[in-house]
Design a protein around this ligand. Structure first.
Ligand code: GLC
Length: 490
């Protein structure tokens, strides 16, 4: 197209979950908020963006789908026969959202992520392939395919296969965003075979990676983005590169890191309707009222001078929650209370219940996903515990800082990019280097010691709260990247 830069940029955005339709983890926040942020920035710049989002149609959808309209019947060829499905459409934030459902037994699964890789394979590989069929059915040629994580990566792979033989996709360029590298979609080989998708090969790709949805997408992608600049660097390191360091090295030129934003309207202590007392960096003296109220709700002694530690997290090994479990008893001679909110592995759930039983006067554990309580904990908390072993971006540390709850976190990925530890007069939180108890407790001890120094502590809270964690800057970076890719594609 000669006037390519004037025509609206058409972006097909694929993700396994997006709020408010589905939310399991950070990807749901990302996919729920980025498309609208992209649209808003593009509008501001006067450069039109035609953004469309396609999600799988999970049975556990959180909104009433009865108003969705049928948009297309989709047929995906298999090695033998075909797989069929239907796409439904609704509009959210002025953006068309499509929901792709596979027909028949292979499409009917309750859970968004199943413990059985075959169930996920049947759903997500179909979804990935069908999303391209949807573009064709709508006669809408995307300039950019923006796919997230392994669940959508096969679309990137398929695009690369189709482009040379199928004029419809000749000019479409792809971006694959990595939110969590270790989840590659292993155990799906039989289904890849069913759909006639052969193993791939590429410089630096180990033999085991030839037939994984994520690696197949990474090999085919025109660009790879990680969800923070530090995570992009870490993909090139043995500790975090999951065996793909050589491959990522070969793609260095096409690999970047763009930090996620958060929904700054939803997470705003000035207007948050979930919390008893609204406050801001200018009225920090009101924040302890939230603590007083929460201590009462949780049945803890009403001592607001005592620092309240908060952890809101999935209880799994990535999040380093074992470090919390082992550090707290060792720090029992210091004053603190601890409130934990989250669910996850049964072993950790038991361990946290045991911790509460061992410290009934100072520990409260809620083994659930409870968004209302999460808001209250951010508002009440003084110190936010986030000792993640790895953290591609992480959203809760940013939310915590906006609420003046200073994080103690491992210096990895997005935690390192959003939290400033030194110098002390620029501090917004506490970082530690190694994923072990000694390193974590040292950082936590110094946070607890600083909490007693009211003036310096409040100065750090004010700095933390005044940071800009909105999507605006990062949305601009994604738009620039889309435009660069489109220019290359012509
Ligand atoms: C994954 C990562 C997390 C990131 C989120 C959104 O859940 O583990 O660090 O914030 O994706 O990109």
């Amino acid at each position: 197209m000669a006037n390519g830069s004037q025509a609206p940029l058409k972006v097909l955005f694929l993700a396994s979950e997006a709020e408010p339709f589905y939310k399991v983890g950070g990807l749901g926040d990302y996919a729920g908020s980025l498309p609208a942020a992209l649209r808003a920035v593009a509008e501001k710049e006067g450069r039109p963006l035609d953004m469309r989002v396609a999600l799988p149609f999970h049975q556990s959808i959180a909104v009433d789908p009865s108003g969705f309209k049928k948009a297309a019947h989709l047929t995906v060829p298999k090695r033998r026969g075909t797989a069929k499905g239907i796409a439904f459409q609704t509009t959210f934030n002025n953006i068309p959202f499509y929901f792709i459902r596979r027909s028949g037994k292979a499409g009917g699964f309750e859970r968004i992520y199943s413990p059985d890789p075959l169930q996920d394979a049947r759903k997500y590989i179909f979804y990935s392939l069908a999303s391209l069929r949807l573009a064709e059915a709508l006669d809408w040629q995307p300039d950019i395919l923006h796919a997230n994580d392994w669940h959508a990566a096969v679309a990137v792979h398929q695009l690369k296969r189709l482009a040379p033989v199928h004029p419809f996709f000749r000019d479409t360029r792809s971006l694959l965003v990595v939110h969590n590298l270790p989840y590659m979609g292993g155990g799906t080989e039989d289904v890849l075979n069913e759909f006639g998708l052969p193993p791939v090969d590429a410089e630096g790709l180990p033999a085991w990676g030839r037939h994984f949805p994520l690696t197949m997408g990474l090999v085919a992608a025109d660009h790879i983005a990680a969800v923070s600049p530090s995570y992009a660097q870490e993909l090139l390191s043995d500790e975090f590169g999951s065996g793909l360091v050589k491959f990522f090295e070969s793609r260095r030129e096409r690999l970047s890191g763009i930090l996620n934003g958060i929904d700054t309207h939803l997470w705003d202590p000035r207007t948050d309707s979930h919390i008893p007392e609204n406050y801001s960096a200018d009225s920090l003296e009101r924040k302890p009222l939230n603590k007083a109220s929460l201590l009462q709700t949780l049945g803890l002694p009403p001592d607001t001078e005592r620092p309240l530690l908060v952890a809101i997290t999935r209880l799994d090994v990535q999040k380093g929650v074992d470090l919390i479990l082992s550090a707290m008893p060792a720090l029992k001679d210091l004053p603190w209370n601890l409130a934990v909110l989250g669910s996850g592995s049964p072993g950790y759930e038991r361990d946290f219940s045991d911790l509460q039983a061992a410290f009934p006067g100072r520990v409260r554990v809620s083994l659930e996903f409870n968004s209302h309580l999460a808001h209250q904990l951010y508002a009440a908390g003084d110190i936010f515990l986030m000792p993640s072993r790895y953290e591609p971006c992480g959203l809760s540390q940013m939310i915590a800082m906006r609420y003046g709850c200073l994080p103690v976190a491992r210096a990895v990925g997005g935690l390192r990019d959003t939290i400033q530890d030194v110098p002390a007069d620029a501090r917004t939180g506490y970082l530690f280097a190694d994923a072990d108890e000694a390193s974590f407790s040292r950082a936590l001890r110094s946070a607890l010691a600083d909490f007693g120094n009211r003036k310096a502590w409040q100065a750090a809270q004010v700095r933390a709260m005044r940071q800009d964690f909105s999507w605006e800057q990062s949305a601009r970076r994604y738009l620039d990247l889309y435009r660069e890719l489109r220019t290359e594609g012509k």
